[in-house]
Ligand binder design. Structure first.
Ligand SMILES: [Fe+2]
Ligand SMILES: [Fe+2]
Length: 466
């Protein structure tokens, strides 16, 4: 019987969760214990029907994600602890994948479990484990693949191309609009789709690119950054792809009204005066009008226009434009205003020499939770950017200093970090380390001691990414 993707992902989460329960029980009890047996029976009930129809079941750990028969499984909040446990246990054994080629019996699973548990005390856990399960021909394991420095650079190249393609497109449309020319909505859709794709495979790296805040081309970078962050929130919320794309497009256009604000005000090197603010505050309304003027009025255009109109209206309906009567803020607007706020506060602007650090910005935004910003969506956002947002400067227990390069979904305090100075203060070539890596005794190789202010040291991740 064919099952839908949605049903399959739900089942796959159950499989990984139950496998984790088996491993955990095996860890804490004797393998002959009833709790272990019960967990194994439940696991077999879940996976065997699947193996029968599909012919095999393969569970891979790649980076922070599990893949079940090549389908990436988003980590479910309700199973967070079990996912965290199984990820760590796989890593400790250098285990990258397990394949079950035939329906399993209890005795097969017991042999597997026994090997899995014993392996951790061994100096070569993977090889020993492979040896111990070699009698069961229908269970195969593979070694964890480390991402090499070269693959890392390739990945970075692709993400960079996507990002800068989007920025130059944003620049192009804003210039066309200023000149009263027609713009290519289809192309906007393609650009956003490429960002959605990049986000699916390299979420954290693309979010990392949003730490690039160009001083001169601020508005274009900002539009793309807000689009990326909004797409990421949509994805975290598990929205359908077409909705995620729609949010990304609306975000890309949210500040389009700024094309009608005089350059002297937009790029004024000092704080705006009251009269200038008045004009600046017209950009949401002007944006809405110009979106509706662009290409006839259809549902998508109306949605984009509403987002432009609402993006500076707070959750409690304060902010601007000032409303004559209350209105509902759309779901898209509430998402985009969170992304907008975050990007604007972490940016360096012409009149603002010191951008706020990502961590400080999150703290500030949390203070406005339920007042300026939607509290539930904000929680998702904070969880997504992590305890150490990309771009945060950290001091490690090895004495090294680094910039947070890529978040870790499961252990948010163990991101990947780009080392920019060793314990002697010598600057290196910016190699990337994973704080989730453990040494042979199972302890972490490196941990964060404290965060430092990147601005104070005149450092930014953007410089290293480029
Ligand atoms: Fe704005
Ligand atoms: Fe904005």
């Amino acid at each position: 019987m064919e099952i839908s993707d949605r049903e399959f992902t739900a089942q796959a989460k159950e499989m990984i969760n139950q496998l984790s329960i088996v491993l955990r029980n095996g860890h804490f009890h004797n393998i002959e214990n009833d709790a272990v047996l019960e967990a194994i029976i439940k696991l077999l009930d879940i996976i065997n029907p699947y193996i029968k129809t599909e012919g095999f079941l393969r569970i891979d750990l790649r980076g922070d994600f599990f893949y079940v028969n090549e389908m990436r499984i988003r980590y479910p909040l309700e199973y967070l602890l079990n996912f965290d446990f199984i990820t760590n246990e796989f890593r400790k054994r250098d285990l990258g994948s397990v394949s079950f080629l035939l329906p399993l019996e209890i005795k097969d699973m017991k042999i597997f479990l026994d090997a899995f548990i014993k392996a951790v005390q061994s100096g070569m856990p993977f090889d020993e484990m492979e040896e111990w399960i070699s009698d069961i021909t229908h269970i195969k394991i593979d070694k964890l693949k480390k991402i090499t420095q070269d693959e890392e650079l390739d990945k970075r190249q692709i993400v960079k191309k996507t990002y800068f393609g989007a920025v130059s497109f944003a620049k192009g449309i804003m210039k066309s609009i200023s000149a009263g020319e027609k713009i290519n909505i289809k192309k906007a859709k393609r650009i956003v789709e490429s960002m959605v794709d990049a986000l699916l495979s390299e979420e954290q790296l693309l979010i990392g690119m949003t730490s690039i805040k160009d001083y001169d081309d601020y508005t274009y970078h900002h539009s793309v950054n807000v689009s990326i962050l909004s797409i990421a929130i949509g994805q975290r919320l598990g929205l359908k792809r077409k909705h995620i794309t729609a949010i990304g497009i609306a975000a890309l256009f949210h500040d389009i009204g700024k094309t009608e604000i005089p350059k002297e005000i937009l790029n004024k090197p000092s704080e705006l005066n009251a009269g200038e603010w008045e004009i600046m505050r017209e950009h949401p309304f002007r944006g809405a009008i110009s979106i509706l003027r662009l290409k006839g009025i259809d549902k998508a255009a109306i949605m984009n226009a509403i987002v432009s109109f609402q993006h500076h209206i707070n959750y409690d309906l304060s902010g601007y434009p000032i409303l004559q009567q209350p209105m509902d803020l759309t779901f898209y607007s509430r998402i985009i205003s969170i992304a907008d706020r975050y990007d604007a506060m972490t940016a360096s602007r012409v009149y603002k020499t010191m951008p706020m650090s990502p961590a400080k910005t999150l703290g500030f935004m949390m203070e406005k939770s339920g007042i300026d910003l939607d509290p539930v969506l904000l929680k998702f956002f904070v969880n997504m950017v992590g305890s150490y947002p990309v771009g945060t400067l950290v001091l490690l227990d090895t004495g090294e200093m680094g910039l947070v390069y890529e978040g870790n979904h499961i252990m948010s305090d163990r991101p990947r970090v780009m080392i920019i100075a060793d314990s002697q203060g010598d600057t290196g070539n910016g190699f990337v380390v994973d704080l989730a890596d453990r040494d042979s005794s199972g302890g972490f190789v490196r941990s964060v001691v404290k965060t430092l202010d990147a601005q104070e040291y005149g450092l930014s991740l953007a410089e290293y990414l480029l």
